[in-house]
Design a protein around this ligand. Sequence first.
Ligand SMILES: [Zn+2]
Length: 172
Amino acid sequence: MKLIERLIEKGGSDSGSRNFVGPKISENVVRLIRRHFPSYVESDSSKKKKKEHRENVCKEVAEASMQSAALEEVTLTNSSDIIISGDGTWKTRGYSSRVGVCAVIGDKTGKCIDAEVMSSFCKGCDSWKRRKGSPAYKKWKILHVKECLKNHNGSAGMMETVGMWFVYFSVH
Ligand SMILES: [Zn+2]
């Protein structure tokens, strides 16, 4: 059975849940995205709901795909001591990007086994910056902290270094 179908049937890939669905090496997760994605999105949902749903599905598939790649890497290495490399990419060129992605790549498979999105910008924080210090800002900030997209201060070039540090030490 294909991974997406199993995810739908069992209810997700959250490793903490009882319904955890781990990917099998034989499942080609990348191919499944294209084939199964449209039917997975409910057609009667609002545009915002569809976007949220699409983002959740993409996140689940990406995590499952990386788990699968990690499993494949461990299997090919015949050990959990695997050799990896790291690489960074940015949304825009010219060392001024506000968004970057750090990827951890397995030596044997060449596949991405973990990734971290780095951002020095948050639309929410930006829209509230003029009201900093106000009581309304303080209330908003308390709720916003857990969903803030900004996780990087400093240059775009440092995103790669800091992102790798986040991945290796699981700081999120
Ligand atoms: Zn924010």
